[in-house]
Design a protein around this ligand. Structure first.
Ligand code: SME
Length: 149
């Protein structure tokens, strides 16, 4: 499934739309095509501030449009520079709930020239759905997105 999504992601990123429109389309594609992706969004470092700001996303609107570094799964990834797979959000202390239907989450940092400038964040209503295939695929997506930023 992820293999067939890769060319679709590339074609969206190659289009003539502006960056936000492309990222929006990527979010919608992933949410639609991957059964266990229920909310897909990008967060980016907010200028010089030690916080993340919500960018394009697909899924229910969230109150968490700004997340301080260190807070929640997203804020921890902003600091750790590492993928964070959460099989069961109930088992996490430092977690920011966006919706009561969410059971698991994966956050993969996005690097431009080796600098962590944001992340892709996926929420799932399924318990423990993420495998290394998700990680490799989302690293691919972020790697391609980095080229257009
Ligand atoms: N759950 C995230 C907050 C962002 S929402 O999932 C959209 C976190 O703990 O950082």
């Amino acid at each position: 499934m992820f293999t067939s999504l890769q060319p679709k992601v590339l074609s969206i990123l190659k289009s003539k739309n502006d960056v936000d429109a492309k990222l929006q389309e990527v979010c919608e594609l992933l949410k639609k095509e991957v059964a266990h992706y229920d909310w897909v969004g990008f967060y980016f470092k907010n200028g010089d501030k030690e916080e993340l700001k919500l960018g394009p996303y697909a899924g229910a609107p969230t109150d968490h449009t700004v997340i301080p570094f260190g807070k929640g799964i997203c804020g921890q990834v902003a600091v750790s520079n590492q993928n964070f797979v959460v099989p069961d959000v109930k088992a996490q202390d430092n977690y920011i709930a966006c919706s009561i239907t969410v059971k698991s989450e994966i956050v993969v940092p996005l690097f431009v020239n080796g600098k962590n400038i944001g992340q892709i964040d996926i929420d799932s209503n399924t318990l423990d759905p993420f495998t290394e295939d998700d990680e490799r695929f989302l690293e691919f997506v972020n790697g391609e997105v980095a080229k257009i930023l």
